[in-house]
Ligand binder design. Structure first.
Ligand code: GTR
Length: 449
């Protein structure tokens, strides 16, 4: 991904133009590209993006272990019965948005099962989960690579960004037919993928290593559930509209909550899948999909482990530090990710009664891994670390260690308690180094092969 000198992905700026004004984009491509590059480079100064630690404002974090009525939480019972529901309610109605109803899987279509994937090393299974309501249909394609054993296997469940066919060089993987953001360099044209798109993201998915370590990989394209554009007429949202409605209510779900909902529906399926140990599902996501994985872990305790890879603002990073991407910036660039109520907190992070350490605390006492990258200052690595550190108070109350260190570890020195953390060298990405740590973490908590 191309970055400017503030490490702000340029796709943030181009994204909105591509998705909202495609004909203008075609006509003025070069002019737009040029002006947006300039904009990207000066954005930091114009918007006062904080990129130095000395500029971080003083802040006082809301306390996960103090009830709204001011009393301290001192027992597991008060945490689970009172405080956790308070926090969950706030995140639900003011940040990510509530799912407006229930909708189960109408049908599971099995496309194929093969025992001969990865040169005989793995099983491959491709299915679709079909959702139906009021003449509307949604198809979520699930790709599974599983170790060949007679036992049910632990798995990593993760969304991919451009379609299942992009994760591995395997001609048997079905090409997605969903809308995908244009990227001619990997053959995505007119929002449709082509043969050229195969394996275009395979550097993010070390499938063979995952299988050899004894884990399955289950992946879905996030756009199957909700295409990533500021358009609430497609994806899962319209399934729940009352007559005449075209947009969720201000306390109802944005796209992150929709993607988290999709992960839970895959979990519904996995509970019935004989090849998978549904008690050992680690939900993982990178960046915006890391935000979704965290929200899925917070709202659905069936996920036994949660892994946030560089999820940043609205994910693991503390909002009150206002370092790198802020609430205002994210709500402006991606107005569809959160619920509309969240707009009230633009540039008013200090008025939030929660911060993101409390999102992490909702996952306690389940194992949680937060990862940062040195070159990803936009996501505020220190804010991600501090969030994991402060969430530990809840883990400790629940009788488990949380993060095993108090200071931020050195680059490429992972630490692993019930909460794991690393900051690696390199840029904003999901790398084999990251996966190696997640496999070690899963070995620690799921018991290895
Ligand atoms: C960026 C956005 C981040 C992060 C990232 C990604 O453009 O500012 O919050 O989610 O996208 O998903 O790659």
């Amino acid at each position: 991904m191309k970055l400017n000198r503030l490490n702000i992905p340029i796709d943030v700026y181009l994204y909105r133009i591509i998705s909202t004004n495609r004909s203008a984009m075609k006509k003025y491509t070069f002019l737009l590209l040029f002006s947006f590059l300039i904009w990207g480079n000066t954005y930091g100064q114009r918007e006062n993006v904080i990129t130095e630690e000395s500029k971080v404002p003083e802040y006082k974090l809301p306390d996960a272990l103090t009830l709204e009525n001011g009393r301290k939480v001192k027992s597991e019972k008060v945490w689970f019965n009172k405080r956790r529901p308070e926090i969950l309610k706030f995140f639900t109605t003011e940040i990510y948005g509530a799912v407006p109803g229930e909708l189960g899987i109408a049908e599971v279509k099995v496309w194929e099962v093969s025992d001969d994937a990865l040169n005989g090393l793995a099983r491959r299974k491709q299915i679709s989960l079909l959702f139906r309501k009021n003449n509307q249909n949604l198809e979520v394609n699930v790709l599974m690579y599983l170790p060949k054993t007679t036992k049910k296997v632990p798995v990593f469940l993760a969304y991919n960004f451009t379609g299942n066919h992009a994760v591995y060089n395997d001609p048997a993987i079905r090409l997605t037919e969903s809308w995908v953001a244009n990227n001619p360099s990997v053959g995505i044209i007119n929002n449709r993928v082509t043969e050229q798109s195969r394996a275009s993201a395979d550097d993010r998915w070390p499938v063979e290593e995952i299988i050899k370590a004894g884990y399955g990989l289950i992946t879905i394209y996030y756009g199957d559930v909700d295409p990533d554009k500021d358009d609430f007429s497609d994806g899962i949202h319209p399934f729940f509209y009352h007559e005449g409605q075209t947009h969720p209510e201000s306390n109802e779900w944005g796209s992150i909550a929709a993607w988290a909902w999709g992960l839970s529906r895959v979990m519904d399926y996995l509970e019935k899948e004989p090849l998978v140990d549904s008690k050992k599902v680690a939900v993982l996501g990178h960046s915006r999909l890391g935000k979704s994985a965290l929200w899925a872990g917070a709202t659905d305790s069936r996920f036994a482990m949660v892994i946030s890879n560089e999820s940043g603002c609205g994910g693991a990073a503390l909002s009150n530090r206002k370092f790198g991407e802020t609430v205002q910036i994210i709500n402006t660039a991606f107005p569809h990710w959160f619920c509309d109520n969240f707009l009230q907190y633009n540039d008013k992070e200090e008025s939030l009664p929660v911060d993101q350490q409390m999102l992490l605390a909702l996952i306690a006492p389940r194992p949680l891994y937060v990862a940062s990258a040195e070159g990803d200052q936009w996501a505020d690595p220190k804010g991600e670390f501090l969030s994991a550190k402060y969430a530990s108070a809840v883990y400790e109350l629940l009788g488990t260690e949380g993060l095993p260190v108090k200071e931020m570890p050195e680059i490429n020195h992972p630490v692993m308690g019930t909460i794991g953390y690393h900051i690696r060298s390199g840029k904003h990405d999901l790398t084999t180094y990251d996966w190696k740590q997640y496999i070690r973490f899963a070995d620690k908590w799921f018991g290895g092969k």
